[in-house]
Structures are given as structure tokens and as C-alpha cells.
Design a protein. Structure first.
Lengths: 69, 200
């Protein structure tokens, strides 16, 4: 989100962003430029991030809920 | 080639100057589009797209369009909107006046495996915790949905459709749930355009 200034918050929000832009939104028939394989690639890339977020959370490195808003 | 960002009502307030945006009107609906770049699926490209939709969202109700939806020209975009006119009008009404909040709940150090009995016990405990978080939020939201979690350390991945003037109430409730569950991490982001509620 543009209002998310904190780096940690932005990384947390990236997972939410991918869920929304690539799997949400209204589908209108046109040239969908993303092949499913591309989407899978993004998720593979994010899986590492999910792990690092969990790890960072355990170490108390990320802001608590609310600061990502 | 043009790229679609959102569907909105026509007429609509003046478009923000965040991109070379164009309005493609068909009846009482309009598609908001801009010349397509050669962006692939990088995080930066997704954030740039999102920034445009968020700027649009400040002034109007809208249905965000799936990322990567492109047309040869404005006529082709107008025909595609026309073909789904009734669905789109209904969906726009469904999200009118509302935004989306995202919540992911992480249980640091959640057991990833175990023998049969402890596995079942953990699953039941996690399911109870999940419900205790999701149900009160779903009750105050206009609509709610969940997505599958990638692994067992993520208890919940949910989206809530919330009236614009109820956002503070819902984030306040999330803060209370966080305080009541200090061993969990509640990661809330938003307000987002209603991506998770755009399709029926």
C-alpha cells in the first residue's frame, strides 16, 4: 500500500498485494498477459519471503499489527 | 495496447494525474485505462499498478480489474465491458461504499509435523483459534472470505469487505484480538480496493 512507509510493513503487504492483483479483481476477457506459470513463479519467489517474514516476526523485527495500516 | 485498471460509474469525478489515464464510457459504466507498458510481474510493477488504483479509489467507488488485463484499443475494451455489463453493475453495487481489509495470522513456531494424535490435537487447536479470530470480524464486515494458507504457521489468510466509515472500528477490533492473543501475530493491511470481492 502506498501508505505503508515501513520497510517491514511493505514486505508484509507484498504477499497481500500478490493475492489481490494476481488472484483477485474482476476478470474481463481481453489479452490476459500473465500466463499461469508467471503467477506460480511469483508465488515461488514469495514463499521465501513468507518464511523470512515468519522468522522476522519471531525475532520481533517487524512492526506489530496496526503499523502496516 | 491499453491496460485496464478499474470499472466505475459513469459519469465519474475527474481522474487523478498519477498516470495518463483515459475513461472509456459505455452507458452508465466506465473503464479506466492507460497505455500498457512492458511491465512483467515484478513487485515494483504491481506496486505501481496498485498506486494508480488507490488514487482512483479516493474519489469514487470502483471494481478493481485483474492485473494484466489488456486490449488492443478503447473500442475493444468498451466491447468487453459491454459483454459483462450486468455482472459488472451488480458487482460494483456490492462493493459500493466499502473497502477491503486483509488479515493474515501467523503462529510463530507452529508445529509443522508430529505423530497422529498430536497432529490431530494441533489441528483442532489451530482451527479453534482460527474461528475465534475470523468469526467476530466476519460478523462486523459486509462480507468475508478466506484463502488457503501456504503452511501451518499461518493460521488464517482472510479478507473483509468493510464500509469506508467502519474501517477504524474493524482495525480496533483487530487490535483487541491481537492483545488477547499475544502469542500470535496479526498482520493487517489496507484499506485495499475490493479485489477479493470483485467477482461473485
Amino acid at each position: 500500500m502506498t501508505r505503508t512507509a515501513a520497510v517491514g510493513g511493505r514486505e508484509v503487504a507484498l504477499i497481500d498485494l500478490v493475492d489481490r492483483l494476481l488472484a483477485g479483481g474482476v476478470v474481463i476477457e481481453g489479452h490476459i498477459t500473465l500466463a499461469v506459470a508467471d503467477v506460480d513463479l511469483v508465488y515461488v519467489g514469495l514463499r521465501a519471503l513468507v518464511t523470512s517474514v515468519s522468522t522476522a516476526e519471531e525475532k520481533g523485527m517487524l512492526p506489530r499489527m496496526g503499523s502496516a495500516l | 495496447m491499453i491496460e485496464l485498471y478499474a470499472i466505475t460509474d459513469h459519469p465519474t469525478p475527474p481522474l487523478p494525474q498519477v498516470a495518463p489515464l483515459r475513461l472509456v464510457a459505455t452507458g452508465d459504466l466506465a473503464a479506466i485505462c492507460a497505455p500498457a507498458g512492458d511491465d512483467g510481474v515484478s513487485a515494483d510493477a504491481l506496486w505501481r499498478h496498485e498506486a494508480v488504483v488507490e488514487a482512483l479509489m479516493e474519489q469514487r467507488d470502483l471494481l478493481p480489474v485483474r492485473y494484466g488485463t489488456r486490449f488492443d484499443d478503447e473500442d475493444a475494451a468498451a466491447r468487453a465491458v459491454e459483454a459483462r455489463r450486468d455482472d459488472l453493475a451488480m458487482a460494483l453495487d456490492r462493493v459500493r461504499g466499502a473497502v477491503e481489509l486483509s488479515l493474515r495470522v501467523i503462529e510463530p513456531g507452529a508445529p509443522q509435523a508430529g505423530d497422529g494424535a498430536s497432529y490431530l490435537r494441533d489441528r483442532r487447536r489451530q482451527e479453534d483459534a482460527r474461528r475465534a479470530l475470523h468469526e467476530p470480524l466476519a460478523a462486523v464486515a459486509r462480507a468475508a472470505m478466506t484463502r488457503p494458507s501456504p503452511d501451518r504457521s499461518e493460521l488464517l489468510r482472510a479478507a473483509y469487505l468493510v464500509d469506508r466509515d467502519a474501517v477504524e472500528q474493524v482495525t480496533g477490533l483487530i487490535a483487541q484480538l491481537q492483545a488477547a492473543n499475544p502469542t500470535l501475530r496479526l498482520l493487517c493491511t489496507g484499506p485495499w480496493p475490493a479485489y477479493s470481492f470483485a467477482e461473485a
